[in-house]
Design a protein. Structure first.
Length: 309
């Protein structure tokens, strides 16, 4: 975990560790070409930041990565992981999507991103399904922590990840804890390839039953945050089911994290898991968004694994 005050020194060494390689999930897929490696590195190096990206074609296992040897602060990407844990309990019968949860005004913390609090400052009664929607689709921090509380906290999510066989994702703190101590954001972390493993398991129905899988897919496909990121430069016939994450402003400008992860459905029906994490960027949020969008466009329209060129 890098303290925020040392990011300038930290960045200088980080950029040297970018790497690109290929791995297969089924048979032996073709290796990533030198041109593909160069293209992905060029996009990553265009920011004064540490950039991690992993993309995998879910039908062939063809993979391209950069910066995957590092862990990146997830920020609100953790809400996708949390949603899987909540819906697992729905599948087990311990929770019900239609159950009503009463939220009291004092549970709606101020000075944090909370669209629900803006609409209902006095709280109210909400279905579990609606709380999931607001948490994932609108990235509400208050409802995120309420859901953490319902299932036993971050430790319950970490236990689920172990059960699902996912290594490289760490869920340790709530949104409120991270807002009290910004350094904790670096502990709630993931490697890009680890997030792709989770996305693959979700897509293949290895975590949720068909009904709850469909609920979460539809929520992610309607995500209202980060329209300029993975979706930003893609034609409209590409479906993107995703979850964003955004960090804190750094002293002197820049941002601690700018992320987007999800599954892109190509017009021909093929699916691609993509996870892009940007850590401790000296560039603006909009510059980070453009790089994420450019990576997604390159992956979908140029990368040989997706049928480009």
């Amino acid at each position: 975990m890098a303290p925020m005050t040392s990011t300038g020194v930290y960045l200088c060494g980080c950029i040297m560790f970018f790497c690109v390689f290929s791995q297969g999930a089924t048979s032996s897929p073709p290796a990533v070409s030198a041109a593909d490696s160069s293209a992905v590195r060029e996009l990553a190096h265009s920011l004064k930041a540490r950039v991690g990206m992993a993309a995998e074609m879910l039908d062939t296992g063809e993979t391209v990565m950069v910066g995957d040897e590092a862990a990146y602060p997830m920020q609100s990407v953790v809400k996708f992981v949390l949603a899987l844990s909540v819906l697992k309990r729905v599948d087990q019968g311990a929770m019900n999507l239609e159950q009503i949860i009463r939220i009291r005004p004092e549970q709606l913390v101020k000075d944090t991103w909370s669209p629900l609090r803006e609409r209902f400052p006095q709280g109210g009664d909400f279905s579990l399904k609606e709380l999931l929607r607001v948490t994932v689709q609108e990235s509400d921090n208050n409802t995120c922590d309420l859901l953490f509380g319902l299932i036993g906290g971050p430790q319950a999510v970490q236990k689920d990840l172990k059960e699902w066989g996912i290594d490289g994702i760490n869920v340790r703190f709530t949104e409120e804890e991270i807002h009290r101590n910004h350094d904790l954001q670096y502990v709630n972390s993931s490697r890009p390839s680890a997030m792709n493993s989770l996305l693959r398991a979700f897509d293949e129905g290895k975590i949720l039953k068909k009904g709850t899988q469909s609920v979460l897919w539809n929520i992610m496909a309607g995500c209202s945050t980060g329209p300029e990121r993975l979706k930003g430069q893609l034609p409209r016939d590409y479906v993107v089911a995703h979850k964003t994450g955004s960090g804190f402003t750094l002293p002197g400008g820049g941002v601690t994290a700018r992320n987007d992860v999800g599954i892109i459905v190509l017009p021909n029906g093929r699916k691609m898991a993509v996870s892009v994490f940007i850590r401790d960027s000296k560039d603006s949020e909009s510059a980070c968004d453009r790089v994420i969008a450019s990576m997604a466009r390159w992956l979908c329209l140029e990368w040989l694994g997706a049928g480009g060129r």
